[in-house]
Design a protein around this ligand. Structure first.
Ligand code: FAD
Length: 404
C-alpha cells in the first residue's frame, strides 16, 4: 500500500519529474551564480570588516544600510519598473545566505524586509499599495514584521492588539513585541484583531495593516538586550489610538491569519538561508584553524577524529542548504511550501547550533574567548531555534503533514 505524505514533488508517487529536464539542486543558473558571487563580494568587502564594530555598537550603521540599498539588496524581488532588481525569491534566499555568512544581523534585516514586507505587499497588496510601497521599500525605507506580542509568540493568533473600526479606517491599540529591525523600520506590517465600532457588529478577525512609522500613536520602544544578533534591533512597538486608513489593510479585513501563515512559510525559508550562511561561516573558520593549528607535532586536522567532525559538519551545512534552496525553488513555482519550509528551517536551525558549537571546540581555549568569531556565530545561531517558529512549531507543522 502506498501512502501519500506531503504535497511536494519529491514525495509524489506519480507523476515523477522527467530527470533529464532537471538540474542538480546545487547547480545555479548563470544569473543566480553571478548574483550569488556579487553578493558574496559585497558581503566580504563591505559587511565583514564591520561585524565586530556593529556587535560592539549594537547597531548596523545607516551608511551600510545605504550601501546595501544601492546594491539593490532591499528590493531583490521588487519589479524593475518599481525600482527593484526584478529577481525571484530564490535570489532573495541567495542574498540572505551570502550576507549572513558575513554578518547574521545584516542578513536578518535584509531577510525580513524582502521575504515578509516587500514579499507580503507584492503577494497580497492591491495594485495601489504595490505602487505606493514597493518603490520606497526598494530605495529608502526598511520594513519590519510585527505579529508577536509578549503573551503570544508560538500561539501567535492569540494576539490582543485591537483594531477598532472608526470613520475612514481603524484605531490600533496594543503592544507588539520582538520586532526585528524595529529601530530602523519606516514601515511596519502590524497584525491586530479587527472589530466593529464600539457597541457595533461583532469581531471581524485578525487583520494585517501596513503602518507608517510616522503615524500618530505609534511609538517604538528600546531594543531588547540579547544574547546574540546584537547589531539587530529587536523592539516593542506601542500603539495608542493609532489611526490607520482603510487602505492600510493588506488583502482584506479578517484575512490576517491566512496571510501571516503564508508569509511565514517564505520567512522560514529566509531564516533557513540565514542559518546556512552562519553555518558556512563557522565551517570555514573551523577548517582554516584545523589546517594550521598544531598539536602533538602535526596539524590537528590530520587527526581522523577532527577530520570526521568537520566532514560531518560540512554534510550538515550542505543538507540544510539543499533543503533551503529546494524550498525556495518550490516557492518560486507557486507550490505549497509549508512542509518544505518547516523541514528546511528545522534542519538549518539544528545544523547552525551544532556546527557553530563544533567551531568553538575546534578552536580549543581560543574558541571560548570573545576574540574568536566562533562564539559570535554560536550566539547568533541560537536565535534561529526561536524566531519564525521554535523547533516544536516546525515539528508540529511537519507532523501535521503526516496525517497521524
Ligand atoms: C531575536 C528575535 C527576533 C524576533 N523577531 C520577530 C519579528 O520580527 N516579528 C515578530 O512578530 N516576532 C519576532 N520574534 C518573536 C518570535 O517569533 C517568538 O519569540 C517565537 O515565536 C516564540 O514565541 P515565545 O517567545 O512567545 O515563546 P512561547 O510561545 O512561549 O514558547 C516557549 C516554549 O514553549 C514551547 N511551546 C509552546 N507551545 C507549544 C506547543 N503547543 N507544543 C510544544 N511546545 C510548545 C516552544 O517551542 C518554546 O520552546 C523574534 C524573537 C526573537 C528572539
Amino acid at each position: 500500500m502506498s501512502v501519500q505524505v506531503f504535497q511536494s514533488p519529491s514525495a509524489q508517487v506519480e507523476p515523477l519529474p522527467e530527470a533529464r529536464d532537471t538540474n542538480p539542486l546545487s547547480v545555479l543558473t548563470e544569473n543566480e551564480r553571478l548574483h550569488f558571487g556579487a553578493v558574496h563580494q559585497v558581503a566580504r568587502a563591505e559587511v565583514a570588516p564591520l561585524t565586530r564594530q556593529m556587535e560592539g555598537d549594537g547597531q548596523i550603521p545607516p551608511a551600510l544600510i545605504q550601501t546595501l540599498t544601492r546594491y539593490g539588496f532591499f528590493g531583490v524581488a521588487v519589479p524593475e519598473q518599481l525600482g527593484g532588481s526584478g529577481q525571484n525569491f530564490f535570489e532573495v534566499v541567495l542574498t540572505v545566505e551570502a550576507l549572513s555568512q558575513a554578518d547574521a544581523a545584516v542578513g536578518l534585516l535584509v531577510d525580513v524586509h524582502n521575504t515578509l514586507i516587500a514579499g507580503g505587499i507584492s503577494r497580497f497588496g492591491r495594485q495601489d499599495q504595490r505602487l505606493r510601497y514597493l518603490p520606497k521599500l526598494a530605495s529608502e525605507c526598511i520594513g519590519a514584521f510585527s505579529l508577536s506580542e509578549a503573551h503570544s509568540g508560538s500561539d501567535a493568533f492569540a494576539l490582543r492588539t485591537t483594531a477598532t473600526r472608526v470613520e475612514g479606517g481603524f484605531l490600533l491599540n496594543g503592544a507588539k513585541a520582538w520586532v526585528s529591525g524595529g529601530r530602523e523600520a519606516g514601515l511596519f506590517l502590524i497584525f491586530a484583531r479587527a472589530s466593529g465600532p464600539e457597541g457595533g457588529p461583532p469581531e471581524m478577525g485578525i487583520t494585517a495593516f501596513v503602518v507608517d512609522r510616522q503615524s500618530d500613536g505609534l511609538t517604538v520602544g528600546p531594543p531588547e538586550s540579547k544574547v546574540g544578533l546584537k547589531a539587530s534591533s529587536t523592539t516593542p512597538v506601542f500603539l495608542k489610538d493609532c489611526f490607520v486608513p482603510d487602505d492600510a489593510v493588506l488583502s482584506k479585513v479578517g484575512d490576517g491569519q491566512r496571510l501571516a501563515m503564508s508569509l511565514l512559510n517564505d520567512g522560514r525559508i529566509g531564516i533557513a538561508a540565514q542559518l546556512v550562511g552562519i553555518g558556512q561561516a563557522a565551517l570555514e573558520l573551523a577548517v582554516a584553524y584545523a589546517r594550521e593549528r598544531e598539536a602533538f607535532g602535526r596539524k590537528i586536522g590530520k587527526n581522523q577524529a577532527v577530520a570526521f567532525a568537520l566532514a560531518d559538519a560540512a554534510t550538515q551545512v550542505e543538507t540544510a542548504r539543499l533543503l533551503t534552496w529546494n524550498a525556495a525553488r518550490l516557492a518560486d513555482q507557486s507550490n505549497e511550501v509549508r512542509y518544505a519550509a518547516a523541514m528546511a528551517k528545522l534542519t538549518a536551525q539544528r545544523m547552525a547550533e551544532s556546527v557553530t558549537s563544533l567551531a568553538i571546540e575546534i578552536h580549543g581555549g581560543t574558541g571560548y574567548t570573545t576574540d574568536c568569531l566562533a562564539e559570535k556565530l554560536w550566539r547568533d545561531a541560537k536565535a534561529g531555534t526561536i524566531y519564525e517558529g521554535t523547533e516544536n512549531m516546525q515539528l508540529t507543522t511537519i507532523a501535521h503533514g503526516l496525517h497521524l
